[in-house]
Design a protein around this ligand. Structure first.
Ligand SMILES: [Ca+2]
Ligand SMILES: [Ca+2]
Ligand SMILES: [Ca+2]
Length: 198
C-alpha cells in the first residue's frame, strides 16, 4: 500500500477508535479465577505491597476464586494495580466485598485515583455486596486502584469481581485503543513525511 493510502486508512481507523461515543464500557475486569490459588500469593497482574494476601476459593468467593485481603504472614497487604486513564473521563470502579466469614471485624480502605472508600468495622457476617467508587482524572496519566485491609490477624475481608467501566462523558473511555491509534497515526505521519521528503 502506498504511504498516502496507508495514512488515510490509519487516519480513518484512528478516528473510528477515537470518536465513537461511548456508553458505559468495561475497561478492566478480574474475577481472580485465572490466578494461582494459595496462601501469600500475588494475584496475576496485581501488585501486593507492605504484607500479603491469599487467593482462596469455594464458599469464600462469589464464584471460583477470590482474594482474602489479609494473607498468612500476620501483616495484611495492599493489593493494587495501575491503569492509564484519560483526563475528563468518568470512570467507575465496582467490586464485591464480603466480611471474612470467620469471625471478627475488618477495616478496609479502597482507593481509586484520588477517590477513597473506607469500610469501618466490616463484620464477618457482612455478605458479599457490590460497591462502587467513581473517579474522573483531571488529566491523562497513570492512576491506581488499591485495597488495603488494616491489621494482620490472617483473616481478612474477601474481594471478588473487580471491574472498571468508563462512563459516558468523554471523547472515548477506552484508553488503550485510543492511544494505540494515536501512536499508529504518529508513526504513519512520520513515515509519510520521510517518504515525501526523499
Ligand atoms: Ca471469583
Ligand atoms: Ca488469610
Ligand atoms: Ca482481620
Amino acid at each position: 500500500m502506498k504511504p498516502r493510502y496507508l495514512l488515510k486508512y490509519l487516519a480513518a481507523a484512528g478516528l473510528m477508535a477515537c470518536s465513537v461515543a461511548s456508553q458505559a464500557t468495561v475497561v478492566f475486569s478480574d474475577n481472580f479465577d485465572a490466578s494461582v490459588a494459595g496462601l501469600n500469593v500475588v494475584p496475576t497482574g496485581w501488585t501486593v505491597s507492605d504484607g500479603t494476601v491469599d487467593v482462596v476459593s469455594g464458599a469464600f468467593c462469589v464464584a471460583g476464586q477470590c482474594v482474602d485481603l489479609d494473607g498468612s504472614t500476620g501483616n495484611a497487604g495492599i493489593l493494587s494495580r495501575d491503569f492509564g486513564l484519560l483526563g475528563g473521563v468518568a470512570y467507575l470502579l465496582s467490586f464485591d466485598l464480603s466480611g471474612n466469614k470467620r469471625g471478627g471485624i475488618d477495616d478496609v480502605l479502597v482507593t481509586f485515583g484520588l477517590s477513597t472508600l473506607f469500610f469501618d468495622d466490616l463484620p464477618a457476617s457482612s455478605p458479599y455486596t457490590g460497591y462502587t467508587l467513581g473517579f474522573t482524572p483531571g488529566s491523562n496519566g497513570v492512576y491506581s486502584i488499591s485495597f488495603s485491609n488494616a491489621g494482620g490477624d490472617n483473616v481478612g475481608a474477601l474481594l471478588d469481581n473487580v471491574v472498571i467501566t468508563s462512563l459516558d462523558g468523554g471523547p472515548n473511555g477506552v484508553p488503550e485503543p485510543h492511544s494505540a491509534a494515536l501512536a499508529a497515526l504518529a508513526l504513519a505521519s512520520l513515515a509519510f513525511a520521510r517518504r515525501s521528503r526523499s
